[in-house]
Design a binder for this molecule. Structure first.
Ligand SMILES: O=C(O)CCC(=O)C(=O)O
Ligand SMILES: [Fe+2]
Length: 368
Protein backbone atom coordinates (compact mmCIF):
# COMPACT_ATOMS: atom_id res chain seq x y z
CA UNK A 1 0.00 0.00 0.00
CA UNK A 2 1.32 3.35 -0.95
CA UNK A 3 1.22 6.05 1.65
CA UNK A 4 -0.91 8.92 0.43
CA UNK A 5 0.62 12.38 0.40
CA UNK A 6 -2.49 13.78 1.91
CA UNK A 7 -4.27 11.40 4.19
CA UNK A 8 -7.50 10.80 2.35
CA UNK A 9 -9.19 7.53 3.13
CA UNK A 10 -12.26 8.57 1.32
CA UNK A 11 -15.21 6.64 0.11
CA UNK A 12 -15.40 6.46 -3.68
CA UNK A 13 -18.42 4.21 -4.15
CA UNK A 14 -20.70 4.76 -7.15
CA UNK A 15 -23.51 6.19 -5.05
CA UNK A 16 -21.11 8.87 -4.07
CA UNK A 17 -23.52 11.77 -4.01
CA UNK A 18 -24.93 10.62 -0.74
CA UNK A 19 -25.67 12.83 2.20
CA UNK A 20 -22.65 11.74 4.20
CA UNK A 21 -20.33 12.50 1.33
CA UNK A 22 -21.97 15.85 0.67
CA UNK A 23 -21.45 16.89 4.27
CA UNK A 24 -17.93 15.53 4.24
CA UNK A 25 -17.10 17.68 1.21
CA UNK A 26 -18.74 20.70 2.76
CA UNK A 27 -16.63 20.51 5.92
CA UNK A 28 -13.49 19.59 4.03
CA UNK A 29 -13.70 22.63 1.76
CA UNK A 30 -10.99 25.25 2.08
CA UNK A 31 -12.28 28.04 -0.03
CA UNK A 32 -14.68 29.14 1.18
CA UNK A 33 -14.13 27.49 4.54
CA UNK A 34 -17.36 26.05 5.97
CA UNK A 35 -19.38 27.78 8.63
CA UNK A 36 -18.91 25.94 11.89
CA UNK A 37 -22.03 27.16 13.68
CA UNK A 38 -23.78 23.81 13.24
CA UNK A 39 -20.88 21.80 14.63
CA UNK A 40 -21.79 20.43 18.05
CA UNK A 41 -19.52 21.76 20.75
CA UNK A 42 -19.72 19.75 23.95
CA UNK A 43 -17.60 22.36 25.70
CA UNK A 44 -20.39 24.93 25.57
CA UNK A 45 -23.06 22.18 25.32
CA UNK A 46 -25.58 24.59 23.97
CA UNK A 47 -27.12 22.38 21.29
CA UNK A 48 -30.53 21.02 22.14
CA UNK A 49 -29.53 17.60 20.79
CA UNK A 50 -27.03 17.19 23.63
CA UNK A 51 -28.23 14.96 26.46
CA UNK A 52 -26.28 14.94 29.74
CA UNK A 53 -25.61 11.37 30.91
CA UNK A 54 -25.15 10.27 34.51
CA UNK A 55 -22.60 7.58 35.24
CA UNK A 56 -24.10 4.82 37.32
CA UNK A 57 -22.10 4.93 40.60
CA UNK A 58 -22.18 1.11 40.62
CA UNK A 59 -19.87 1.20 37.61
CA UNK A 60 -17.23 3.21 39.44
CA UNK A 61 -15.37 0.28 40.86
CA UNK A 62 -11.75 1.31 40.65
CA UNK A 63 -11.26 5.05 40.62
CA UNK A 64 -7.74 4.66 41.95
CA UNK A 65 -6.67 2.84 38.81
CA UNK A 66 -8.35 5.52 36.73
CA UNK A 67 -6.42 8.16 38.65
CA UNK A 68 -3.15 6.30 38.13
CA UNK A 69 -3.89 6.24 34.41
CA UNK A 70 -4.37 10.00 34.46
CA UNK A 71 -8.15 10.34 34.62
CA UNK A 72 -10.26 12.44 36.97
CA UNK A 73 -12.68 10.76 39.34
CA UNK A 74 -15.69 9.71 37.21
CA UNK A 75 -18.01 11.82 39.38
CA UNK A 76 -16.23 14.80 37.76
CA UNK A 77 -16.58 13.55 34.19
CA UNK A 78 -18.93 15.45 31.97
CA UNK A 79 -20.62 12.77 29.88
CA UNK A 80 -23.07 13.41 27.06
CA UNK A 81 -25.17 11.55 24.54
CA UNK A 82 -26.86 12.89 21.43
CA UNK A 83 -30.52 12.74 20.56
CA UNK A 84 -31.21 10.09 17.93
CA UNK A 85 -27.76 8.50 18.25
CA UNK A 86 -28.26 5.61 20.64
CA UNK A 87 -25.07 4.17 22.04
CA UNK A 88 -22.98 7.26 21.36
CA UNK A 89 -21.22 8.71 24.38
CA UNK A 90 -18.94 11.69 24.65
CA UNK A 91 -16.70 12.40 27.64
CA UNK A 92 -15.40 15.93 27.65
CA UNK A 93 -11.68 15.95 28.40
CA UNK A 94 -11.70 13.92 31.65
CA UNK A 95 -7.92 14.05 32.19
CA UNK A 96 -6.03 15.14 35.24
CA UNK A 97 -3.59 18.00 34.87
CA UNK A 98 -0.62 17.22 32.71
CA UNK A 99 -1.55 13.60 32.15
CA UNK A 100 -2.31 13.74 28.44
CA UNK A 101 1.37 14.19 27.67
CA UNK A 102 2.07 10.62 28.70
CA UNK A 103 -0.33 9.19 26.12
CA UNK A 104 0.89 11.49 23.37
CA UNK A 105 4.46 10.43 24.10
CA UNK A 106 3.48 6.76 23.97
CA UNK A 107 1.75 7.29 20.62
CA UNK A 108 4.74 9.07 19.13
CA UNK A 109 7.72 7.25 20.57
CA UNK A 110 6.66 3.78 21.59
CA UNK A 111 3.57 2.49 19.83
CA UNK A 112 5.02 2.94 16.30
CA UNK A 113 8.08 0.81 17.19
CA UNK A 114 8.51 -2.75 16.03
CA UNK A 115 6.93 -5.25 16.39
CA UNK A 116 3.90 -3.01 15.93
CA UNK A 117 2.84 -2.30 12.37
CA UNK A 118 2.80 1.13 10.69
CA UNK A 119 1.98 2.41 7.23
CA UNK A 120 5.70 3.06 6.77
CA UNK A 121 6.50 -0.66 6.75
CA UNK A 122 5.47 -0.95 3.12
CA UNK A 123 6.88 2.38 2.13
CA UNK A 124 10.57 1.70 2.32
CA UNK A 125 13.23 -0.41 3.97
CA UNK A 126 11.13 -0.81 7.10
CA UNK A 127 11.56 1.45 10.05
CA UNK A 128 12.14 0.02 13.51
CA UNK A 129 11.84 3.22 15.47
CA UNK A 130 10.12 5.93 13.46
CA UNK A 131 10.57 8.67 16.03
CA UNK A 132 14.24 8.05 16.62
CA UNK A 133 14.98 7.80 12.92
CA UNK A 134 12.66 10.56 11.82
CA UNK A 135 12.75 13.30 14.43
CA UNK A 136 16.08 15.01 13.58
CA UNK A 137 15.03 15.49 9.96
CA UNK A 138 11.54 16.56 11.01
CA UNK A 139 12.97 19.18 13.37
CA UNK A 140 15.17 20.55 10.64
CA UNK A 141 12.16 20.79 8.35
CA UNK A 142 10.13 22.69 10.93
CA UNK A 143 12.93 25.09 11.73
CA UNK A 144 13.31 25.92 8.06
CA UNK A 145 9.62 26.30 7.42
CA UNK A 146 8.78 28.81 4.82
CA UNK A 147 10.75 26.97 2.19
CA UNK A 148 7.69 25.23 0.89
CA UNK A 149 9.58 23.26 -1.71
CA UNK A 150 11.24 21.09 0.89
CA UNK A 151 10.13 17.48 0.69
CA UNK A 152 8.12 16.11 3.58
CA UNK A 153 10.00 13.95 6.06
CA UNK A 154 9.56 10.40 7.31
CA UNK A 155 7.61 11.55 10.37
CA UNK A 156 5.22 13.52 8.18
CA UNK A 157 4.48 10.25 6.42
CA UNK A 158 3.50 8.36 9.56
CA UNK A 159 -0.25 7.88 9.16
CA UNK A 160 -1.15 4.95 11.37
CA UNK A 161 0.13 2.35 13.75
CA UNK A 162 -1.78 -0.79 14.63
CA UNK A 163 -1.60 -2.59 17.96
CA UNK A 164 -2.69 -6.03 19.15
CA UNK A 165 -4.55 -7.71 16.30
CA UNK A 166 -3.14 -5.77 13.37
CA UNK A 167 -5.80 -4.80 10.90
CA UNK A 168 -4.78 -5.92 7.42
CA UNK A 169 -5.58 -2.96 5.15
CA UNK A 170 -5.11 -4.99 1.96
CA UNK A 171 -7.27 -7.96 2.88
CA UNK A 172 -9.48 -5.73 5.03
CA UNK A 173 -9.59 -8.13 7.93
CA UNK A 174 -8.03 -9.15 11.20
CA UNK A 175 -6.27 -12.48 11.44
CA UNK A 176 -5.54 -14.47 14.55
CA UNK A 177 -1.89 -14.85 13.55
CA UNK A 178 -1.30 -11.16 12.91
CA UNK A 179 -1.04 -10.32 16.57
CA UNK A 180 1.53 -8.74 18.88
CA UNK A 181 1.05 -7.97 22.51
CA UNK A 182 -1.40 -5.15 23.12
CA UNK A 183 0.19 -2.40 25.28
CA UNK A 184 -0.73 -3.03 28.91
CA UNK A 185 -1.24 0.66 29.75
CA UNK A 186 -3.67 1.26 26.89
CA UNK A 187 -5.52 -1.98 27.68
CA UNK A 188 -5.94 -0.86 31.29
CA UNK A 189 -7.09 2.58 30.25
CA UNK A 190 -9.67 1.19 27.82
CA UNK A 191 -11.07 -1.48 30.11
CA UNK A 192 -11.40 0.97 33.00
CA UNK A 193 -13.13 3.56 30.82
CA UNK A 194 -15.40 0.84 29.40
CA UNK A 195 -16.27 -0.49 32.86
CA UNK A 196 -17.05 3.01 34.14
CA UNK A 197 -19.40 3.63 31.24
CA UNK A 198 -21.24 0.37 31.76
CA UNK A 199 -19.35 -2.07 29.54
CA UNK A 200 -17.89 -4.64 31.91
CA UNK A 201 -15.55 -7.38 30.67
CA UNK A 202 -14.29 -5.27 27.79
CA UNK A 203 -11.18 -6.71 26.17
CA UNK A 204 -8.93 -4.24 24.40
CA UNK A 205 -7.53 -6.46 21.67
CA UNK A 206 -6.73 -4.12 18.83
CA UNK A 207 -6.18 -0.43 18.17
CA UNK A 208 -5.52 1.89 15.31
CA UNK A 209 -3.53 4.99 16.16
CA UNK A 210 -4.11 7.63 13.49
CA UNK A 211 -1.75 10.57 13.02
CA UNK A 212 -3.29 13.55 11.24
CA UNK A 213 -1.45 16.52 9.84
CA UNK A 214 -3.29 19.83 9.57
CA UNK A 215 -4.34 18.95 6.01
CA UNK A 216 -5.38 15.36 6.67
CA UNK A 217 -8.78 13.74 6.49
CA UNK A 218 -10.23 10.32 7.18
CA UNK A 219 -12.96 9.41 4.72
CA UNK A 220 -16.37 8.05 5.67
CA UNK A 221 -16.36 4.41 6.71
CA UNK A 222 -17.88 1.85 9.03
CA UNK A 223 -15.67 -0.23 11.32
CA UNK A 224 -17.28 -3.58 10.73
CA UNK A 225 -14.38 -6.01 10.49
CA UNK A 226 -14.37 -6.78 14.19
CA UNK A 227 -16.24 -9.99 15.02
CA UNK A 228 -17.99 -8.71 18.12
CA UNK A 229 -20.24 -5.71 17.55
CA UNK A 230 -21.67 -5.90 21.04
CA UNK A 231 -18.51 -4.24 22.33
CA UNK A 232 -17.91 -0.52 21.83
CA UNK A 233 -15.20 1.27 19.97
CA UNK A 234 -13.46 3.65 22.34
CA UNK A 235 -11.79 6.66 20.82
CA UNK A 236 -9.17 8.90 22.46
CA UNK A 237 -8.25 12.23 20.84
CA UNK A 238 -5.11 14.27 21.47
CA UNK A 239 -3.59 17.32 19.85
CA UNK A 240 -5.28 19.63 17.40
CA UNK A 241 -9.06 19.78 17.03
CA UNK A 242 -10.97 17.69 14.49
CA UNK A 243 -14.39 17.99 12.98
CA UNK A 244 -15.86 14.52 13.31
CA UNK A 245 -18.92 13.39 11.34
CA UNK A 246 -21.15 10.70 12.77
CA UNK A 247 -23.87 9.41 10.48
CA UNK A 248 -26.14 6.40 10.52
CA UNK A 249 -26.21 2.89 9.15
CA UNK A 250 -26.46 4.11 5.58
CA UNK A 251 -24.83 7.02 3.85
CA UNK A 252 -28.21 8.60 3.24
CA UNK A 253 -28.47 9.57 6.91
CA UNK A 254 -27.58 13.19 7.61
CA UNK A 255 -24.41 13.05 9.75
CA UNK A 256 -23.93 15.07 12.91
CA UNK A 257 -20.80 17.20 12.99
CA UNK A 258 -18.96 17.70 16.28
CA UNK A 259 -15.64 18.96 17.54
CA UNK A 260 -13.23 16.38 18.93
CA UNK A 261 -10.63 18.22 20.93
CA UNK A 262 -7.51 17.33 22.80
CA UNK A 263 -8.41 14.97 25.64
CA UNK A 264 -11.93 14.09 24.53
CA UNK A 265 -13.04 10.47 24.70
CA UNK A 266 -15.83 9.08 22.57
CA UNK A 267 -17.64 5.77 22.54
CA UNK A 268 -19.51 4.21 19.64
CA UNK A 269 -21.72 1.35 20.79
CA UNK A 270 -25.23 0.05 20.18
CA UNK A 271 -26.83 1.71 17.16
CA UNK A 272 -23.76 3.81 16.48
CA UNK A 273 -21.30 0.89 16.60
CA UNK A 274 -21.90 0.40 12.88
CA UNK A 275 -22.52 4.00 11.92
CA UNK A 276 -20.68 5.81 9.14
CA UNK A 277 -18.14 8.24 10.43
CA UNK A 278 -15.16 10.21 9.25
CA UNK A 279 -12.94 13.22 9.83
CA UNK A 280 -13.25 15.85 7.08
CA UNK A 281 -11.10 18.48 8.72
CA UNK A 282 -8.43 19.24 11.25
CA UNK A 283 -8.65 22.82 12.44
CA UNK A 284 -5.54 24.90 12.39
CA UNK A 285 -4.76 26.27 15.85
CA UNK A 286 -5.78 29.92 16.34
CA UNK A 287 -2.11 30.89 16.23
CA UNK A 288 0.47 28.92 14.27
CA UNK A 289 2.43 26.68 16.59
CA UNK A 290 -0.12 26.83 19.38
CA UNK A 291 -0.58 23.70 21.48
CA UNK A 292 -3.92 22.83 23.04
CA UNK A 293 -4.10 23.95 26.64
CA UNK A 294 -4.10 20.44 28.08
CA UNK A 295 -0.74 19.71 26.49
CA UNK A 296 0.82 22.83 28.00
CA UNK A 297 -0.04 21.75 31.52
CA UNK A 298 2.67 20.37 33.69
CA UNK A 299 1.27 17.65 35.88
CA UNK A 300 2.53 16.03 38.98
CA UNK A 301 -0.70 15.20 40.73
CA UNK A 302 -0.89 12.76 43.58
CA UNK A 303 -1.90 9.23 42.83
CA UNK A 304 -0.78 9.34 39.20
CA UNK A 305 1.37 6.41 38.18
CA UNK A 306 5.03 7.35 38.36
CA UNK A 307 5.69 6.68 34.70
CA UNK A 308 3.07 9.26 33.79
CA UNK A 309 4.69 12.10 35.64
CA UNK A 310 6.45 14.61 33.44
CA UNK A 311 9.75 14.10 35.27
CA UNK A 312 10.63 11.13 33.11
CA UNK A 313 9.49 12.93 29.99
CA UNK A 314 10.85 16.42 30.43
CA UNK A 315 13.48 16.28 27.75
CA UNK A 316 11.44 14.33 25.29
CA UNK A 317 8.36 16.50 25.71
CA UNK A 318 9.92 19.46 23.97
CA UNK A 319 10.26 17.30 20.86
CA UNK A 320 6.77 15.82 21.10
CA UNK A 321 5.37 19.32 21.61
CA UNK A 322 6.93 20.56 18.38
CA UNK A 323 5.30 17.70 16.53
CA UNK A 324 1.91 18.17 18.19
CA UNK A 325 1.78 21.79 17.07
CA UNK A 326 0.80 20.37 13.68
CA UNK A 327 -0.73 17.05 14.58
CA UNK A 328 -3.81 15.33 15.85
CA UNK A 329 -3.64 11.81 17.23
CA UNK A 330 -6.61 9.52 17.58
CA UNK A 331 -6.57 6.05 19.10
CA UNK A 332 -9.54 3.78 18.46
CA UNK A 333 -9.55 0.71 20.66
CA UNK A 334 -11.52 -2.34 19.63
CA UNK A 335 -12.53 -5.73 20.90
CA UNK A 336 -12.16 -7.96 17.87
CA UNK A 337 -13.43 -11.32 19.11
CA UNK A 338 -15.93 -12.18 21.79
CA UNK A 339 -14.61 -13.78 24.91
CA UNK A 340 -14.42 -17.53 24.53
CA UNK A 341 -15.06 -17.35 20.79
CA UNK A 342 -12.46 -17.72 18.14
CA UNK A 343 -12.04 -16.02 14.80
CA UNK A 344 -14.35 -18.48 13.06
CA UNK A 345 -17.67 -17.05 13.98
CA UNK A 346 -19.13 -13.62 14.31
CA UNK A 347 -20.69 -13.41 17.73
CA UNK A 348 -23.58 -11.08 16.93
CA UNK A 349 -25.56 -12.65 14.15
CA UNK A 350 -28.40 -10.24 14.74
CA UNK A 351 -26.21 -7.27 14.02
CA UNK A 352 -24.81 -9.03 11.02
CA UNK A 353 -28.23 -9.07 9.44
CA UNK A 354 -28.65 -5.36 9.89
CA UNK A 355 -25.20 -4.59 8.68
CA UNK A 356 -25.07 -1.90 6.00
CA UNK A 357 -24.32 -2.87 2.45
CA UNK A 358 -20.58 -2.90 2.12
CA UNK A 359 -18.63 -2.00 -0.89
CA UNK A 360 -14.97 -2.55 -1.21
CA UNK A 361 -14.54 1.18 -1.45
CA UNK A 362 -16.56 1.98 1.61
CA UNK A 363 -13.78 0.67 3.77
CA UNK A 364 -10.52 2.36 4.36
CA UNK A 365 -8.89 3.14 1.13
CA UNK A 366 -5.61 4.87 0.93
CA UNK A 367 -6.95 7.45 -1.44
CA UNK A 368 -3.89 6.96 -3.55
O1 LIG B 1 -9.78 10.03 14.07
C1 LIG B 1 -10.91 9.76 14.47
O2 LIG B 1 -11.52 10.44 15.29
C2 LIG B 1 -11.60 8.54 13.90
C3 LIG B 1 -10.71 7.38 13.60
C4 LIG B 1 -11.46 6.22 13.04
O3 LIG B 1 -12.60 6.31 12.73
C5 LIG B 1 -10.79 4.94 12.84
O4 LIG B 1 -9.57 4.81 13.06
O5 LIG B 1 -11.48 3.99 12.45
FE1 LIG C 1 -13.48 4.41 12.29
Amino acid sequence: MEAPESYVKEDRSPDSEDVFRREFKRYKAKDPAPKLDEVIDFETSRDRKIIPVQIDPKNITDHESLARLGLLHPSEWRVFGLEGLLGFLFILNPWRRGCQRYWVTRCLRDYPCKPNVTNLDKLQHGVDNVWKEGYPEYRKYRLQQGKKTQPKTLLHKLRWTTLGYHYDWDKKEYHQDRYTQFPTDLAQLSTHVAQTLGFPHYKAQSAIVNYYGLDSQLGGHVDHQELDYSKPIISFSFGQTAIFLLGGKTKSVQPTAMFLRNGDIMVMSGDTRLAYHGVPKILKPPMAGQLPEGLCEEGGEEGVHESMLPGGMEESWEQSALFMEECRINITVRQVVAEGKGFGKRSCDDELQTEPKRTKESQYSTGS
